[in-house]
Design a protein around this ligand. Structure first.
Ligand SMILES: [Zn+2]
Length: 455
């Protein structure tokens, strides 16, 4: 591609008000780093804002927010734009058979064929924001582009990834992108599931040109480390005035539905002492969950998110009630113990009300620790840059927890304004966006240029 071509494509992608991609990603501005070794934070801020705004236009909802569902036209156009941007940054873009998009910067060491991978997901929830997933992809592109322009080719190969799917917002499954890379999923054995319109995952995938063996298989064995930059999606960093969150691990979680059975009866003629009120018992159980979680303290969280009573009329003592419980903790043992004592307490409460309770556990995911070596390196980098940071657990799932099955993985969080995510109101300040990219670039430099022995 000639410079003119790149400029033309960039102008089309970025809109007339934005500088061309080449110019945007170039270091030849007053922000250029190198003279004193400090990273070009103002340049990163400008680049991140311009690219995120541009990416957010693919799937922009007229009523606000961005809907970029897996394999949809908006998703395809966003991946195509990223492909051009990767090209413009001097990376070699390529797809795999699941539709994951990679941008490769070849390493110079002939003896080291491993890849340092960084990125996140391109899909969004319905009417989501500009930052969830997109920040990790755009930030990776900016960091790798910066390293390449400043230091030339790395010793170890660097790749930026835009994972096809993480959110589970079109089909009832999550991590389709990273799951194909690790072998959790396989495009040749597509789950038999449909979206809200009845379209199968296989048809949607084939319709977008993937799953047809036109591209290289998704499964990878050459990834040596994965670093994911992401917004926090919570309010902890903002409240504590920290710029960077270093993720120690992704919490494990269990979800249950409990069914309480009592006896429906006349609300006027049944004295209080004769009642078998399923709803009152369920309410006491729900309050117990809250009290026990408060007592257990961080990082345990527990939520009763749904409560239904039957028959659900004003003048009948409720004969049945059911409710859900969602419990998360960073340690499998603590999670298991909390669930065990919760079940015991539910039995005691049921006995007091003269009702029965039973429950099924319908979801269980083990906690996933991030690489201790990589998180230690991130801590040192934050200190050397003077960036306020804290260690934390992620209460939400991320691609890094999937990729950690095949290599050491780490995550860097930046603050979310008011803790809001999965909403058009998602926002992270330019300074925080830039700080995350600085830390990412520093770690990638250590791993790919200095050949850091930590991995
Ligand atoms: Zn995300």
């Amino acid at each position: 591609m000639t410079t003119n071509d790149a400029d033309r494509i960039s102008a089309r992608l970025l809109g007339k008000q934005d500088p061309p991609l080449e110019e945007l990603l170039a270091l030849d501005s007053e922000d250029e780093a190198g003279t004193d070794g400090s990273p070009p934070e103002r340049l990163f801020a400008r680049q991140a804002t311009a690219l995120l705004n541009r990416l957010g236009q693919f799937g922009a909802d007229p009523e606000g927010g961005t809907s970029r569902l897996l394999y949809s036209p908006a998703w395809q156009n966003a991946q195509a734009a990223l492909e051009e941007w990767m090209n413009g940054c001097g990376l070699r873009p390529y797809y795999d058979d699941a539709g994951n998009l990679f941008g490769r910067l070849e390493g110079t060491d002939p003896l080291d064929r491993g890849v340092i991978l960084t990125g996140s997901h391109i899909d969004t929830v319905r009417r989501g924001g500009l930052y969830d997933g997109a920040y990790g992809v755009v930030g990776a592109l900016i960091a790798v582009s910066y390293l390449q322009r400043k230091y030339g080719p790395p010793r170890r190969t660097l790749e930026v990834v835009s994972f096809a799917e993480e959110e589970g917002s079109r089909f009832p499954l999550t991590f389709w992108g990273s799951g194909n890379v690790t072998g959790l999923y396989d495009t040749r054995k597509t789950p038999d599931i449909v979206d809200a319109e009845g379209v199968t995952l296989a048809d949607a995938m084939n319709g977008a040109g993937f799953g047809l063996k036109r591209y290289r298989p998704s499964r990878r064995s050459d990834v040596r480390a994965f670093i994911e930059l992401h917004i926090e999606q919570g309010a902890v960093l903002e409240r504590e005035r920290k710029t960077i969150g270093i993720v120690q691990g992704i919490v494990g979680q269990k979800r249950f539905t409990f069914h309480v059975k009592g006896e429906a009866n006349h609300a006027g003629t049944t004295p209080m002492s004769y009642r078998k009120d399923a709803l009152s018992a369920a309410c006491e159980m729900a309050l117990y969950v809250r009290e026990a979680a408060l007592q257990a303290g961080d990082p345990l969280v527990a939520t009763v998110g749904k409560l239904e009573a039957s028959p659900g009329v004003a003048n009948v003592v409720p004969g049945a009630a059911s409710f859900t419980v969602d419990i998360r903790h960073a340690e499998a043992e603590a999670l298991m113990l909390f669930c065990r004592s919760m079940r015991e307490r539910f039995e005691q409460i049921a006995a007091r009300y003269g009702v029965t309770v039973d429950g099924e556990e319908w979801m269980s995911a083990a906690p996933v620790p991030m690489s201790a070596k990589l998180t230690a390196l991130l801590g040192k980098l934050c200190i050397s840059r003077g960036l306020p940071y804290r260690s934390m657990y992620s209460g939400a799932g991320h691609d890094a927890q999937i990729v950690s099955a095949i290599c050491p993985a780490a995550m860097v969080f930046v603050p979310s304004y008011n803790g809001i995510s999965h909403s058009p109101h998602e926002f992270t300040s330019e300074n925080d966006l830039a700080a995350g990219i600085v830390v990412l670039a520093d770690l990638l430099y250590m791993l790919a240029y200095e050949g850091e022995a930590a991995i």
